[in-house]
Design a protein around this ligand. Structure first.
Ligand SMILES: NC(=O)C1=CN([C@@H]2O[C@H](COP(=O)(O)OP(=O)(O)OC[C@H]3O[C@@H](n4cnc5c(N)ncnc54)[C@H](OP(=O)(O)O)[C@@H]3O)[C@@H](O)[C@H]2O)[C@@H](O)CC1
Ligand SMILES: [K+]
Length: 508
């Protein structure tokens, strides 16, 4: 068993793959072995997380997730804990493994209760073994009305003053998408309670599931642990990867500014056009490219030449669009581009050597099939392209609603990559990186402090710098996203995270 950190990559397996692995392992082992291993692992982690807990309340659902909880209850009771179990199953209808563990918990003498004890406090521990990978949450299946006792237990867990250890998954969370099944969404997400958040842990069993790391999964799961139950994935291919850090790319001593490439940022509609000055977005992207190691950074503002120099960043070289040698440049296009970006997009997409498309460039492409076709053609000609939409921009590109994109972020990112024939970065909690014919990746770094204006422009500039330095589109996107999140993760607690400060720090 080990805690999952962003320091190394991890393979992720969805429900179907996990079920195949479970079936193969169960067939090769004596009956009940996997649940015994699962329950023991849960009990061991519970002891380690809450060694002084007075009471351990274990909420057990009717399926095998509940069986894991019953098995853990037996171990914790035997080790002298005060264990109180709420079991929503029935001996005559429970799956065989869960029934066997219920019998073992009974024999160990655990206490049974219909609901959560009402005197739990921060020194106690709750174990959430209500639902695991058995949750059916397909938008195509008819909505179901969950059992009232199940909902009461879920609410007690969501509002618990005691730390919560979830078995396999936070109950109700879809292992594949990181979204809660209909009717099982917490009324207030645990991290938004108006009190210090209670620690949350999830012990994923057998495999790590993608849903723990994207959409609402990250907030719901808290600290993620893995126990593989002694089962190797063998030939089962992962459905996604949790990214790890980049290997440092050493800089040769005998290098010069030309060795790390020229990045040109095009965007920043001027105030005169529609009364909205958006030069800041382009300058943020340019600053991020500069601090991420680009050799030279050129900036083309779509503001009729009002700004000739950024006195705060004199390294940035302002250029008219017609003075850019597009075929030699890594272009970052769209940040604050407004409507003005439409005039330059056809040329940028057709001619740029390497290209990052963000913000208003994406909004414009979403409305013009000819531009979409030009992006696709870049891939056919081997010209690297990265698109960096947030969920609303992704929805426009795919002709979906934002909710549909968020309902399955891995799938949406893959659709973007396939339809636009490029590397797609779907931003948000658990940013997804996808490319045609490649297993997608979920980024493990970053936090809610990035939810402030301009951080997306910073990311686009960073991707540009990595591309200009010679990284492939995939590598440039993965490394930039990782480092962008990591900068937020190590941000000093008392210091405001602004986009311009972030841009200055991203180089480490
Ligand atoms: N994988 C492994 O290798 C191992 C797996 N193990 C463990 O088994 C777990 C999987 O067990 P599982 O298959 O019994 O499913 P589980 O999560 O208990 O849920 C089933 C219950 O949920 C209910 N239900 C479903 N959807 C619902 C909804 N929307 N709203 C409300 N209710 C809903 C469903 O109701 P039903 O559809 O039957 O009416 C049924 O009662 C797995 O996560 C891990 O903990 C380990 O023991 C060993 C190794
Ligand atoms: K659970």
């Amino acid at each position: 068993m080990h805690r999952i950190t962003p320091h190394q990559p991890h393979p992720l397996f969805n429900t179907a793959a996990t079920r195949r692995l479970e079936k193969a392992a169960a067939a090769a082992l004596p009956p009940h072995t996997l649940m015994q291993r699962a329950g023991l692992a849960v009990a061991q982690l519970a002891q380690a997380l809450a060694p002084h807990a007075r009471t351990v309340w274990i909420a057990c659902g009717p399926g095998n997730n509940g069986g894991d909880g019953l098995e853990a209850a037996m171990h914790l009771q035997r080790s002298g804990r005060k264990v109180i179990v709420t079991w929503l199953g029935q001996p005559d209808t429970a799956p065989a493994d869960a029934r066997a563990s219920w019998q073992r918990a009974r024999d160990a003498g655990v206490a049974w209760a219909d609901a959560a004890p009402n005197d739990l406090d921060a020194n106690d521990l709750c174990i959430d073994a209500l639902l695991g990978i058995g949750v059916a949450s397909s938008p195509h299946s008819p909505p179901r009305t969950p059992d009232a006792r199940l909902l009461t237990c879920l609410q007690a867990l969501h509002h618990s003053p005691a730390p919560v250890l979830a078995v396999d998954l936070p109950s109700g969370l879809d292992a594949d998408t990181g979204q809660f099944a209909a009717g099982l969404t917490p009324d207030t997400p645990p991290h938004l309670h108006h009190r210090a958040p209670t620690p949350r842990h999830t012990l994923s069993l057998l495999t790590l599931k993608p849903g723990l790391f994207t959409a609402t999964g990250r907030d719901a799961a808290g600290h993620v642990w893995l126990d593989d139950l002694g089962v190797e994935p063998g030939h089962e291919p992962p459905n996604a990867w949790l990214s790890g850090p980049a290997l440092p790319a050493p800089r040769a001593h005998a290098s010069h500014k030309g060795s790390y490439g020229d990045v040109a940022v095009v965007g920043g509609e001027g105030l005169a056009a529609r009364g909205m000055g958006m030069a800041g977005a382009a300058l943020l992207a340019a600053s991020a490219a500069l601090h991420s190691g680009a050799g030279r950074v050129l900036v083309t503002l779509l503001d009729d030449g009002h700004l000739q120099l950024d006195p705060q960043q004199p390294e940035l070289m302002l250029r008219r669009f017609d003075a850019l040698a597009l075929e030699q440049l890594t272009m970052v296009c769209g940040c604050g581009g407004g409507q003005a970006i439409a005039h330059v997009l056809p040329e940028v997409i057709s001619r740029a050597a390497r290209l990052v498309l963000d913000a208003d460039a994406l909004n414009t492409i979403a409305t013009q099939a000819a531009l979409h076709a030009l992006v696709v053609a870049r891939g056919q000609h081997g010209q690297p392209t990265v698109i960096t939409p947030h969920p609303l921009e992704a929805a426009r590109l795919l002709g979906l609603t934002t909710a549909e994109v968020q309902a399955d972020r891995l799938d949406a990112a893959q659709q973007l990559a396939d339809q636009f024939n490029c590397v797609a970065v779907l931003k948000g909690s658990g940013t997804v990186i996808a490319a045609p014919d490649r297993v997608p990746a979920i980024n493990p770094t970053g936090n809610a402090r990035l939810a402030t204006a301009g951080t997306g422009d910073v990311l686009a500039g960073m991707v540009g710098a990595h591309l200009a330095a010679g990284a492939s589109a995939w590598r440039a996107a993965s490394e930039a996203v990782y480092q962008h999140g990591q900068a937020a993760d190590v941000w000093p607690a008392g210091l405001a995270l602004t986009a311009s400060a972030l841009a200055r720090r991203v180089g480490g």
